[in-house]
Design a protein around this ligand. Structure first.
Ligand SMILES: Nc1ncnc2c1ncn2[C@@H]1O[C@H](COP(=O)(O)OP(=O)(O)OP(=O)(O)O)[C@@H](O)[C@H]1O
Ligand SMILES: [Mg+2]
Length: 320
């Protein structure tokens, strides 16, 4: 398959800000209570691709997806779907979560859960909706017998299929899957991953796949973006990033970090947005290659291979 190249969704210098801690205490301590959970991220999602977003807990993966859906406001930058602000694009963006129950009402049958979004999308007649429900169930590998089941009557894999069906009901152009297979058994996980791959083609979807699991990302994703404390550290074709990770953090994640080099500060190894200099590279404290300039300004993205960019001073800034 040739790699898609046309941008469908564009994060341009996107910032999402949250307040941290119990405001009053932090204010008394003279510290800012705000931090950027997504910090000036520029990232293009290409039509028809499966883009992975990986990084440890708290790196802003969920936040950037929710910002695209308008579930979090942005404090800076833009997020555009085909040149239109995503807040104006209705059901064109959808999200499935780790816990499918969060998008399914326990008191609604599967058919009822699908009916509202289907009606909103133009299936006004009862017959039209019924047919559309059956078609959606078929698309996600559930038989008609699941129409009248309640969420508690479904297994984990069936629930996730129902949640995916619900997301598909608005005919989205981009589907965000946030740790959508993390809670599933290995065999069920493989089935859902294969389903997503199939749906990408059959439903002309673009998928943003958020995961902790780098093995899953390798199997599924065309490209992968690595986030750390709100920053995008590296993005490139999955095969290339796995074969030759450029950012020291990506190497750490992939277990290929050069451990023979001394780390700069073993005691305060994790970035703390409340106490550390937010202008510095987020990975400074953990980086075995840290240099003086890393403490001053977080590096911009540099081109580190064909279609591969890394935010690290280890590489020359050869522009785009
Ligand atoms: N609604 C919120 N209000 C305040 N802070 C938030 C909110 N949502 C997320 N955060 C904080 O923003 C940061 C990024 O959170 P986010 O959930 O995006 O991380 P994540 O990469 O998805 O992590 P995980 O892998 O654990 O799901 C974290 O420090 C988190 O505590
Ligand atoms: Mg998350």
């Amino acid at each position: 398959m040739t790699m898609p190249s046309k941008t469908i969704l564009e994060f341009d210098d996107t910032v999402v800000t949250f307040s941290s801690g119990s405001g009053m205490l932090s204010r008394l301590a003279g510290r800012s209570t705000e931090f950027n959970a997504v910090d000036h991220v520029t990232l293009s999602v290409r039509k028809g691709e499966i883009l992975g977003i990986a990084g440890e807990s708290g790196s802003g993966k969920t936040t950037i997806c929710k910002a695209a859906l308008g579930l979090h406001g942005t404090a800076g930058g833009t997020i555009m779907l085909d040149g239109q602000k995503t807040s104006l694009t209705g059901g064109a963006l959808q999200m499935v979560f780790q816990d499918p129950l969060s998008s399914l009402n326990p008191r609604q049958t599967v058919a009822q859960a699908l009916e509202v979004p289907l009606r909103l999308h133009g299936h006004a007649t009862r017959d039209g909706v019924a047919e559309a429900i059956d078609a959606l169930l078929k698309d996600v590998g559930l038989g008609k017998q699941f129409r009248d089941r309640f969420p508690h009557e479904l297994s984990g894999g069936q629930l996730q299929r129902a949640a995916i069906a619900r997301a598909l009901a608005t005919k989205p152009r981009v589907l965000f899957a946030d740790e959508a297979v993390s809670k599933l058994d290995v065999s069920v996980r493989a089935q859902i991953l294969n389903l997503l791959k199939r749906l990408r083609t059959s439903h002309d979807l673009t998928i943003v796949f958020v995961t902790h699991d780098l093995h899953v990302a390798r199997f599924l994703c065309d490209r992968i973006a690595i986030m750390y404390f709100g920053k995008l550290l590296e993005v490139g074709p999955t095969a290339q990033v796995y074969a030759d990770p450029k950012h020291p953090y990506t190497r750490e994640l992939l277990g290929t970090l050069d451990k023979t080099r001394p780390t700069t500060a073993s005691t305060r190894d994790i970035f703390n947005p409340m106490t550390d200099d937010i202008r510095a590279c987020r990975y400074l404290n953990r980086c075995p290659h840290a240099m003086e300039k890393c403490a001053k300004v977080h590096p911009d993205q540099r081109r580190t291979g064909p279609d591969h960019h890394t935010a690290c001073y280890l590489y020359e800034d050869t522009a785009q």
